[in-house]
Design a protein around this ligand. Structure first.
Ligand SMILES: [Ca+2]
Ligand SMILES: [Ca+2]
Length: 495
């Protein structure tokens, strides 16, 4: 496994192969003739905890998550962290009350809150309370921080000590609301006070982007690596994994292992994401690869026999959905010779399906994802979701240009794995360069077994353009003694 020319990543580690191990023939499970609506219903994820709630509420990213007892509140982009802070105008005394948070993460001995005042107050204070009637916490006072003399126009961090008894209560509590009570001299009517970033203090060594996160990333250090880049990688995961979990798997692992390695590119499975320091040192603009890998963790519970190309293609589609603008990773927007859905260039295909057959509906990848999680996938699902079978969709997508192989026995069959596992295609007589092989779904440098029926021979070449080492084969070859995973062009001859 290696990076291809476009910088896609493929699972390369031992545990990373979990996702790849799902490769194989589509499941033939029966009784799964479910309608589209089943896949749509499961999207509601009713009753499952949210991965992003605490960060959204306590990070003041959503002004509607807070109410004020006096004055007015609005969202402000003048944030101390994230995209937004809460702006309060027109009150000397007010209580900000949060929506209840289902489950608190990262409870520690100190709560911190950032405030930015319109004027330096001669007196004033902020008092913090928590409330969870459901868990026996009734308007419990946490602490008080003074505002007196704080300079205007810049954020200051207020600290509140959390007693050990309250810590253990909060760790267990459900639906905890926070109350921030502000008292200070009456500001001028238009003066804006900003609050942001209510959070529990993090342990040393944890990046600030982990504030209010529902996940924990344990870094398993390998080769020496830029600490700044390692932090950026962790932050891409702390930012994106909860978003993906809320959308794709509310039961996704919350405790992740990030393994620093020195081979391959990146891989993922279970709760592990591994990556190659050398690749990301050379390509620090490729951090969206961690969105792709994080999606693999959402796919870990797919049914056995889930199509491997869909696992990879789905993770690519998600990566593209959440792409960082300006990064060089590109998708193939429309069909062109040399691509095939089985070999990876499918983001454009999925988007075409959504435009053509699923306008106004859940995107295809998302719908199939939940069907695979529910373990009710069969190839008939393509017809359920679009009205057309998969190969028919691909043919339409290509404008009728995609070549189609012949039936087994009517030409030479090429497989990705030994012992005739993972058929690429069965090809009639002709000369096939790398592009044409790609159009048939035969992956270059990956052929590992070949069936040559009576009356045919095949000459295989190490390089594209019928160059390099070559060998002419007849009969069946469950393994290749030479040129295994090296064939890049070939000629099929009818004798
Ligand atoms: Ca914020
Ligand atoms: Ca192979």
């Amino acid at each position: 496994m290696q990076q291809n020319a476009r910088g896609r990543t493929r699972p390369v580690f031992g545990l990373g192969m979990i996702a790849l191990s799902l490769l194989g023939a589509c499941s033939a499970e029966t009784g799964a003739n479910e309608s589209d609506a089943v896949g749509e219903q499961s999207l509601a994820l009713v009753g499952e905890p949210s991965f992003t709630q605490q960060k959204t509420v306590l990070g003041f990213e959503d002004a509607s998550a807070w109410s004020v007892s006096a004055g007015t509140r609005a969202a402000s982009t003048d944030a101390s962290r994230g995209a937004r802070a809460l702006a309060i105008t027109g009150a000397d005394q007010t209580v900000l009350t949060s929506k209840p948070i289902g489950k608190l993460n990262g409870v520690s001995s100190k709560l911190l809150l950032d405030v930015k005042l319109p004027a330096s107050p001669a007196w004033g204070q902020v008092q913090l309370y928590v409330d969870s009637p459901q868990s026996g916490i009734y308007h419990q006072w946490v602490g008080l921080a003074s505002l007196q003399g704080l300079s205007a126009g810049q954020y200051h961090t207020l600290a509140f000590t959390v007693s050990s008894s309250l810590q253990s209560l909060l760790s267990q509590a459900t639906n905890v609301a926070f109350k921030v009570e502000v008292n200070r001299p009456r500001p001028t009517p238009s003066a804006v006070t900003l609050v942001d970033r209510l959070r529990f203090e993090l342990p040393a060594g944890i990046p600030e982007c982990a504030e209010n996160s529902s996940i924990f990333i344990n870094v398993e250090r390998g080769p020496a690596f830029s600490e700044a880049l390692l932090e950026r990688i962790q932050c891409r995961l702390y930012d994106m994994y909860p978003v993906l979990a809320d959308r794709f798997d509310r039961q996704a692992p919350t405790w992740l292992r990030l393994l620093v390695e020195s081979h391959g590119v990146a891989g993922a499975g279970g709760n592990l994401i591994g990556f190659n320091v050398n690749h990301f040192s050379a390509h620090p603009d490729d951090l969206d690869a961690f969105v792709h890998e994080a999606m693999h963790l959402m796919q870990s519970r797919y049914q056995p026999g889930a199509p491997g190309w869909f696992i990879e293609g789905g993770a690519d589609w998600v990566r593209n959905e959440y792409r960082t603008p300006g990064t060089p990773w590109a998708v193939v927007p429309e069909w062109r010779p040399g691509i095939h859905y089985r070999t990876g260039e499918v983001v454009g295909f999925f988007n075409w399906i959504d435009r053509t057959y699923r306008a106004g509906k859940t995107p295809l990848v998302e719908a199939l994802h939940f069907i695979l999680l529910e373990r009710s996938y069969t190839p008939a699902m393509w017809v359920e979701l679009t009205g057309v079978d998969l190969d028919g969709l691909w043919m339409q997508y290509s404008g009728g240009q995609a070549p189609v192989g012949v039936a087994e026995g009517q030409g030479v069959s090429f497989y990705q794995d030994p012992s005739y596992v993972r058929l690429g295609s069965t090809l009639p007589a002709g000369a096939y360069d790398g592009t044409l092989l790609g159009s048939y779904g035969v992956v270059g440098d990956d052929i590992s077994s070949i069936k040559v029926p009576p009356g045919y021979s095949v000459t295989v070449y190490e390089h594209d353009g019928f160059e390099g080492a070559s060998e002419t084969l007849t009969g069946d070859h469950p393994t290749l003694s030479t040129l295994n995973d090296e064939i890049s062009s070939l000629v099929v001859t009818k004798l």
